[in-house]
Design a protein around this ligand. Structure first.
Ligand code: FAD
Ligand code: EPU
Length: 338
């Protein structure tokens, strides 16, 4: 296993935060995980696992061992006329895996095109976009139990998936390293174009017949027009989750803010876009030195170059306070603070 000492994490997180790791270990196998977690070498060190670093906020250096997940491999396990079960190493790049599926005609992940990061982190927050969530194609996963070194299987019900949530982000946080994910994909795909922007984009692309390729391309086009590329400006996508509030609360807000947007959740609750709330509270395009709020998507906090994680965290708390005092709504962080 390659281990480097005292390494800058700047190339390993999409905020581009220049914090150091005591050790950076490149994990390519279960043996490497054993070396980090079970042998004496790193016993006294703190440990964390990192994928593509696209959903973490480093607020200080990490004095211990950062294990960068590079466990690879994509393998078809089972195939019928209707579907296919695919096992994917947790360190595979998510978008490359989506393209692999699209090329072969395996449907289910095309709406999740261009989400940064690794396959292993995808179940962590049940990634979602454009009307689809990971849980819809998820079959099971294998995870390394840190306390015992054993590999444990988790099926869909075990993961307790919710909106940007799984058991690995909740009660089992820091207890497992996801090493392999199994997906059930359809060989007779049903296209999900319910998200208005996809239909509009397909029309603009003059698509006559839906295919996995053109749905994926439509999603890529929308994302590129809406979300800043971390290569241009440091960010981690949505900083907060979209809050779910009581309908009664929403009705009271609508009387005051006629333009407020919402999506139905159930009989009693609605989801409100955090980007709208943050923009209305006056933060869109805000800049304080090296950190700020994106000028086209207020849900995205940005590092203009030499920002610090602690300044982003401070800004995020000011935004939370301001949204609470304007709308009486608590914004919950989506990003993982280290
Ligand atoms: P990391 O940032 O490396 O890790 C995230 C967390 O998971 C950390 O706590 C880490 O310790 C833990 N972790 C990572 N790998 C493992 C593992 N193998 N086992 C256990 N724990 C692990 N997300 C969406 O859901 N939808 C979007 O549309 C979306 N758009 C985005 C757009 C941009 C421009 C960016 C920068 C981010 C976006 N995200 C989106 C967020 C991010 O891409 C996802 O959360 C992604 O799954 C993170 O993967 P990662 O490998 O980078 O995880
Ligand atoms: N909006 C504003 N001002 C803004 C930003 C948004 O008014 O500055 C309004 C938009 O006009 C729109 C609504 O908010 O009416 C929703 O905006 P958008 O379609 O851009 O999506 P979002 O709710 O901000 C969510 C996810 C994204 C995902 C997209 C597409 C969350 C927290 N975010 O964003 O996921 O890609 O929908 O499905 O659910 C992520 O998790 O990191 C992420 C990028």
């Amino acid at each position: 296993m390659i281990v480097q000492q005292n390494v800058s994490l700047k190339p390993y997180n999409t905020f581009g935060l220049n914090e150091n790791a005591g050790f950076l270990a490149i994990v390519t196998s279960i043996d490497d995980l054993d070396e980090i977690y079970q042998t004496g070498r790193f016993r006294s060190q703190k440990k964390m696992i990192l994928g593509g670093g696209s959903n973490v906020l480093f607020t200080r250096g990490f004095t211990g061992v950062v294990g960068k997940n590079e466990i690879r491999g994509i393998e078809i396990q089972r195939e019928t006329k209707e579907d296919v079960l695919v096992a994917v190493g947790a360190g595979e790049n998510w978008h490359q895996f989506v393209l692999w599926c699209v090329e072969r005609g395996y449907g289910g992940v095309e709406n999740l095109s261009l989400i940064p990061g690794t396959v292993g982190a995808a179940p962590m927050q049940n990634i979602g976009a454009y009307g689809v969530e990971l849980k819809e194609v998820f079959h099971s996963l294998e995870a390394y139990e840190i306390s015992s070194g054993k590999t444990i299987s988790f099926f869909r019900e075990d993961c307790k998936f919710g909106y940007r949530y799984s058991i690995f982000k909740g009660e089992l946080r820091d207890e497992y390293v996801i090493t392999k994910v199994f997906f059930k994909l359809s060989k007779q795909p049903v296209f999900n174009t319910s998200y208005g922007a996809i239909q509009d984009t397909l029309e603009k692309m003059e698509v006559k017949k839906f295919s996995l390729q053109n749905v994926s391309q439509a999603v890529i086009n929308i994302r590129q027009s809406k979300l800043p590329d971390p290569l241009d400006i440091g960010n981690a996508g949505s900083f907060f989750k979209n809050p779910v509030i009581e309908k009664l609360h929403f009705e009271a807000l609508s009387a005051q803010f006629a333009q407020i947007v919402s999506y139905p959740v159930d009989e009693e609750k609605v989801k409100v876009p955090a980007g709208w709330l943050i923009e209305q509270a006056g933060w869109k395009g805000f800049r304080d030195g090296e950190v700020g709020v994106h000028d086209r998507q207020a849900l995205v906090l940005v590092n203009h170059g030499n920002g610090r994680g602690r300044d982003l965290l401070k800004l995020s708390k000011e935004i939370q306070k301001s949204v609470q005092s304007t709308f009486g709504i608590d914004l919950e962080r989506e990003v993982n603070v280290v």
